[in-house]
Design a protein around this ligand. Structure first.
Ligand SMILES: *[C@@H]1O[C@H](CO)[C@@H](O)[C@H](O)[C@H]1NC(C)=O
Ligand SMILES: *[C@@H]1O[C@H](CO)[C@@H](O)[C@H](O)[C@H]1NC(C)=O
Length: 276
């Protein structure tokens, strides 16, 4: 190669390099010209506490399963969204401080996008947005086996009993007032084992909760309603999740597949799932 040919080559290489630096390629163009929206490949994360049978729990071999998990997979498929479950302490969704339910840090800081199966209640609507409800979970009172204190859920006056509820529960003082109940002390338990211990050692006489069964305790048959139509996906205020979840859930519901899932999982987990 003579000097001139070598110079030509170098010039060509330089020109190519320069062009690729200044001329925006199609990838760059798409970024520069696309409107600022949530990218469609977002992974939507659903927080799972891992302890709520039959809704969302870690099974014996360490897998997340349950009715809420099955529902999320199916509705996300209808919506064409990429959804994943992530384990998180339930207090990252909501917790109670001095009788007020606050939104949890995990939900507010975007560690995940939704807390599945939380009841829509008057006080929670001041802290969260919700999707359409998909289950009804009526509130109940659980007592020590044999109901030793003779607690009567249908009475109007609970003031001679100490009640307890879990931190973050919507079965709280505001709900009791909406039900026109008179009540005395309420102890906020940090988790279910603590609430059970309070009952079994006689410090409290009844656990107010949305559970229809609690191992080792007797859930009294009377039900009260504290929610506004049931439980749905609880999300951060302003979250775009309900915008795609609700239409997808409606179409899934209308197709009959939702009620098939309710029956199928009811049999699988040997529990009645109170679907809407
Ligand atoms: C009852 O159990 C609770 C929760 O574990 C504990 O904080 C409390 O001290 C216990 N009370 C008695 C009288 O044993
Ligand atoms: C299903 O639940 C019922 C009542 O809760 C119980 O009596 C029965 O043994 C359970 N069946 C199985 C297969 O676990």
């Amino acid at each position: 190669m003579g000097w001139n040919a070598r110079g030509l080559c170098l010039g060509l290489v330089c020109a190519l390099a320069c062009v690729s630096v200044v001329a925006p390629n199609s990838y760059l163009l798409s970024i520069l010209t696309s409107p600022f929206v949530q990218p469609d490949n977002k992974v939507w994360l659903f927080a799972i506490s891992g302890r709520r049978k039959p809704f969302q729990f870690l099974n014996d071999i360490g897998e997340i399963e349950g009715f809420n998990v099955d529902l999320i997979k199916e509705v996300c498929e209808v919506a064409g969204k990429d959804c994943k479950m992530v384990l998180s302490e339930f207090t990252e969704c909501t917790f109670t401080s001095r009788n007020i339910n606050y939104p949890g840090r995990g939900l507010m800081a975007g560690w995940f996008d939704a807390c599945p199966g939380y009841a829509i209640s008057v006080d929670r609507l001041s802290a969260f947005d919700f999707t359409l409800p998909f289950v009804q979970n009526d509130a109940t009172f659980a007592v020590a086996p044999g109901n030793p204190s003779g607690f009567d859920p249908s009475a109007e006056d609970f003031s001679s009993f100490v009640l307890t509820h879990l931190t973050g529960a919507y079965t709280n003082a505001a709900c009791l007032r909406r039900l026109h109940k008179t009540f005395g002390d309420i102890i906020i338990a940090r988790d279910l084992p603590e609430a059970k211990a309070l009952l079994l050692n006689g410090t409290a006489q009844a656990i107010f909760s949305p559970r229809s069964a609690i191992p080792d305790l007797e859930v009294l048959p009377d039900h009260v309603i504290c929610s506004e139509g049931g439980a749905g996906m609880m999300v951060k205020k302003g979250s775009p999740l309900p915008d795609w979840w609700n239409p997808a859930f409606r179409s899934y519901f209308r197709s009959g597949r939702f009620h098939s899932l309710c029956r199928r999982d009811g049999r699988k987990y040997n529990r009645t799932i109170n679907c809407v």
